[in-house]
Design a protein around this ligand. Structure first.
Ligand code: AQP
Length: 331
């Protein structure tokens, strides 16, 4: 069975951008691939964060993924820092990673300009991501569009490493992206991609009143100023969300009402809020059930780490042998 790998940072709440762009696909792929899914806490510390909140956010991300439909028996679901081979392979890869390309990464430049002091960890984020994926020799990676540049970087690391250390036959595959239709969900500000660190999200666990509080002021078609102005659904950020949450006949009606100014934006948001609540309520309820069973969540996390470690250790043994290190003795 072919293997896929993907990860998500516990840098905030799991939001509908993550869900539509990646996690829904993670769930669907469980039927066709051996899936390895990781909560990437080592990545989350590359941007300023609160140490006191990291453990709770990591656990909450595991809960969110389980509630969204990740099955810990079919998939390997684990926490990145529990498998130290991720950091080890990252170090080995830094020695073949081209510095100029790291400095040109869009996500690095975006995040760096929001910081007064930029760490080497933020620069090396894509190297750690390459290590995550290649540690499991994954052939495919379900991601949103924002990660395509990093995935191309991973492919380059695989090529470079193979050309230096696997002369007989490539050891690492060059993994390909698996995109969904929702490859880039915009934030409620209508300006940037929906992003945990930008606070422009709707959380997968938001209760109905919070969904409404967030949707009510959300940006819509910027050219529609007065209630009587006809709108252009294709220019409206929220129309895009209707396509993922509302049934097809409702989406058709929304477009009709918008173009004819039959509805104002608040009417349209009300319908979206109702449909979002219908879709997200079962996930929110499953998450609440899991939070009430912490021992079960702990066992899932431990089970995932054991299964991931078995694969990771084998890869590190192969990699260090090919790179010429003195073999380790049992200690
Ligand atoms: N807005 C989005 N639309 C579609 N896909 C998205 N993803 C994230 N935002 C969107 C996809 O979700 C997966 C997990 O992302 P991540 O948390 O590891 O990293 P990220 O892309 O950096 O997500 P955020 O929310 O923007 O986090 P912060 O603000 O902490 O950087 C990835 O597959 C991503 O493509």
């Amino acid at each position: 069975m072919h293997r896929v790998f993907s990860g998500i940072q516990p840098s905030g709440e799991l939001h509908i951008g993550n869900w539509l762009g990646a996690v829904q696909n993670w769930v669907a792929l469980q039927d066709q691939y051996q899936c390895v899914y990781c909560v990437v806490d080592l990545h989350a510390i590359t941007f300023p964060y609160q140490p006191a909140a990291l453990a709770a956010r990591t656990r909450e991300m595991v809960v969110g993924l389980l509630a969204a439909g990740i099955d810990p028996e079919r998939s390997i679901l684990f926490v990145q820092s529990h498998v130290p081979e991720h950091a080890e392979l990252q170090w080995l890869f830094t020695t073949v990673a081209p510095l100029g390309e790291l400095e040109r990464m869009t996500q690095f430049k975006d995040k760096a300009q929001r910081l007064e002091s930029v760490s080497a960890g933020l620069l090396c984020y894509p190297v750690l991501q390459a290590a995550d994926i290649l540690l499991y020799r994954a052939e495919a990676v379900p991601v949103g569009e924002d990660q395509l540049q990093h995935l191309e970087f991973t492919r380059e690391i695989a090529r470079r490493w193979n050309s230096l250390f696997a002369l007989d036959a490539p050891y690492f595959p060059e993994p390909r992206a698996l995109l969904t239709k929702a490859r880039r969900i915009m934030g409620l500000d209508g300006q940037s991609k929906m992003s945990k660190s930008l606070g422009n999200t709707i959380g997968l666990n938001d209760p109905p009143e919070v969904i409404w509080e967030k949707l009510r002021p959300a940006k819509t078609d910027p050219k529609r100023v007065r209630r009587t102005d006809p709108g252009t659904p294709e220019d409206c950020n929220l129309y895009d969300l209707h396509r993922y949450f509302s049934p097809p006949d409702a989406v058709t009606n929304v477009a009709l009402q918008c173009r004819s100014a039959g509805w104002g934006c608040l009417d349209c948001k009300r319908v979206l809020a109702d449909n979002m609540v219908k879709t997200l309520t079962p996930i929110r309820e499953r998450a609440a059930g899991l939070r009430a069973e912490p021992a079960r969540v702990d066992e899932v996390i431990a089970h995932g780490a054991r299964r991931a470690s078995a694969i990771a250790r084998e890869t590190i043994a192969q990699v260090t042998a090919r790179m010429g290190f003195l073999p380790r003795q049992e200690v």
